[in-house]
Ligand binder design. Structure first.
Ligand code: LCS
Length: 398
C-alpha cells in the first residue's frame, strides 16, 4: 500500500484534544483527575479524529503555501477553491452546489450554532434524531431553545427513522428547524434515497428549515453511495448543507468547512454577520484534499473496511452478547454492550479506570443510547487490536 496506515504516530505535545483533552471533554474534570493508567498508556478510541498521517499530497500543498511566507488576512477569493469543491461533489455524489450559494466557516459546529441563532426565535423547537452527536443539542441549548428528539428505531444494530414519530414532532407548530445528520453519527447509517425523500417531504409539508450535516459523507464503506439531502429537494431553499474535508482527511484542527445556503435572505444575513476571514493554510489544505486527495481517501477507506471486519470478527468471538453491525459510513463503531453492564454505569469511566481505554459512552449522545459504547476505528490495526482486547478482557469478567 502506498500510504502507511499502520504507522503509530506520537501525538502528545501537539495540543491534541485526543491526548490532552479527554479529562475535560469526557469527564468534565481538570488535569488533577487521576487514573490507574498513565496518560500515555491509554488506548484512545474516543474523539472523532484519526491516528493516520494526513495525505502527503495535502502536506505538500501546505508546505507550498508556507513557502509564500506571508499569512496576512485571508478569505476564499480564488474561484479554484469552488471548482475543486464542486468537482469533488460532482464526482463523488453527482451533486452540483452553486457557486453563489457557498460560504465557508471555521467548522460545521460553529456554523450550526450560528445558523440556529439566525433561524430560530425564543419559543422555537429544534428537531433532531437520537442518538445524536451532542453538539447538535449544545447548539440548541446555546440559544436557550428546546430540543425535540425523535428516537431512531433499532433492530439487530440497524437503525431506521420512526417516520410516524418524526412527522408528529415536525408538525408541532413550535418546531422550526431540523438538524439532520447524513450520514448519521453515531449509528453510521447512510440514509437511502427513499428515506431522504420521506424526511424531505415531512420538512416541506411543515415548512421547516433543514440543516443537513454531511461532514461524514466521504467516509463510506466501499460500495456505499452518499446522497446529499439537497440533491433530493432541489427546489426547496430552506435547506442548508454542511460539508467539510476536515473529518475525511484528518484536518479538524485547521477549522474550515463548506456551508451551502441556497436561500438568498439567509445567505445575506450570514454574509452580514459572519466573521469570514479564513486560515490560508486551511484553504490550501482543503483545496488539495478535493483535487489530489481521492487516492488517499479511497486507500484509507479500504483500511477502515478491514478494521471494521476485524472488529466485527473480534466482537463475535470475544463479546458474543454485544450487538454490533458494521456501519455504512463513519469510522465509528457503535456497540450495544447492555448485556454486560448495568443501566447506571458510567461506561467511559469504567473503561478508563479498569481497561485503560478512552471511549465515548451512550450517555454522551443525547438520548436513546444507554448501554452503548462508541469506538473510533481510524487507527492502526495494532492499536485497534489492543483496545478491543482490553475491552473484551474487562467485559469477560462480568
Ligand atoms: N458534525 C458531526 C455530525 C460530527 O460528528 C462532527 C465531529 C462535527 C460536526 C464537527 O465539525 P467541525 O466543527 O469540526 O467542522 N464529530 C466528533 C465526534 O463525534 N467526536 O469528536 C468530534
Amino acid at each position: 500500500m502506498q500510504y502507511a496506515f499502520d504507522e503509530i504516530i506520537e501525538r502528545r505535545n501537539t495540543n491534541a484534544m485526543n491526548t490532552d483533552g479527554f479529562r475535560q471533554y469526557i469527564f468534565h474534570a481538570d488535569e488533577t483527575m487521576q487514573f490507574p493508567y498513565a496518560d500515555e498508556d491509554f488506548v484512545r478510541m474516543w474523539v472523532a479524529d484519526m491516528e493516520f498521517a494526513v495525505a502527503p499530497e495535502i502536506i505538500e500543498a501546505i508546505e507550498e503555501r508556507l513557502k509564500k511566507r506571508i499569512f496576512g488576512y485571508t478569505k476564499v477569493f480564488d474561484p479554484a477553491y469552488y471548482e475543486a469543491f464542486r468537482n469533488w461533489c460532482e464526482q463523488r455524489y453527482g451533486w452540483h452546489p452553486e457557486k453563489a450559494h457557498l460560504v465557508t466557516s471555521p467548522g460545521v459546529i460553529p456554523a450550526l450554532y450560528e445558523l440556529t441563532g439566525y433561524l430560530c426565535q425564543s419559543s422555537d423547537q429544534v428537531l433532531i434524531l437520537t442518538p445524536s452527536y451532542a453538539y447538535f443539542k449544545h447548539a440548541v441549548d446555546f440559544h436557550a431553545l428546546q430540543t425535540v428528539c425523535s428516537d431512531l428505531k433499532e433492530e439487530n444494530g440497524y437503525y431506521t427513522i420512526d417516520f410516524e414519530d418524526f412527522a408528529k414532532k415536525a408538525a408541532d407548530p413550535h418546531t422550526k428547524l431540523c438538524i439532520f445528520c447524513n450520514p448519521h453519527n453515531p449509528t453510521g447509517r447512510v440514509w437511502h434515497k427513499d428515506e431522504l425523500l420521506q424526511v424531505a417531504q415531512i420538512c416541506k409539508e411543515n415548512d421547516l428549515w433543514l440543516i443537513s450535516d454531511e461532514i461524514h459523507c466521504d467516509i463510506l464503506r466501499i460500495g456505499q453511495t452518499h446522497t446529499p439531502m439537497a440533491k433530493v429537494m432541489p427546489d426547496y431553499d430552506k435547506i442548508i448543507t454542511c460539508m467539510a474535508a476536515s473529518k475525511s482527511f484528518n484536518l479538524a484542527g485547521l477549522m474550515f468547512s463548506n456551508v451551502i445556503i441556497p436561500n438568498d435572505k439567509l445567505r445575506e444575513t450570514w454574509k452580514k454577520r459572519h466573521y469570514d476571514f479564513e486560515n490560508p493554510l486551511s484553504i490550501a489544505a482543503t483545496q488539495a484534499a478535493y483535487t489530489k486527495g481521492g487516492a488517499w481517501l479511497d486507500a484509507m477507506r479500504q483500511y477502515l473496511d478491514e478494521n471494521f471486519a476485524f472488529c466485527a470478527a473480534f466482537i463475535q468471538e470475544h463479546l458474543p452478547r454485544a450487538t454490533f453491525r458494521i456501519p455504512e459510513a463513519t469510522y465509528l463503531a457503535w456497540v450495544d454492550i447492555s448485556a454486560y453492564v448495568s443501566e447506571e454505569e458510567n461506561l467511559p469511566l469504567l473503561f478508563a479506570n479498569e481497561a485503560g481505554v478512552l471511549l465515548e459512552g451512550g450517555d454522551m449522545f443525547v438520548a436513546n443510547s444507554n448501554g452503548y459504547i462508541r469506538l473510533n476505528l481510524a487507527c492502526p490495526r495494532s492499536i485497534l487490536q489492543k483496545g478491543l482486547t482490553r475491552i473484551a478482557d474487562l467485559l469477560a469478567k462480568r
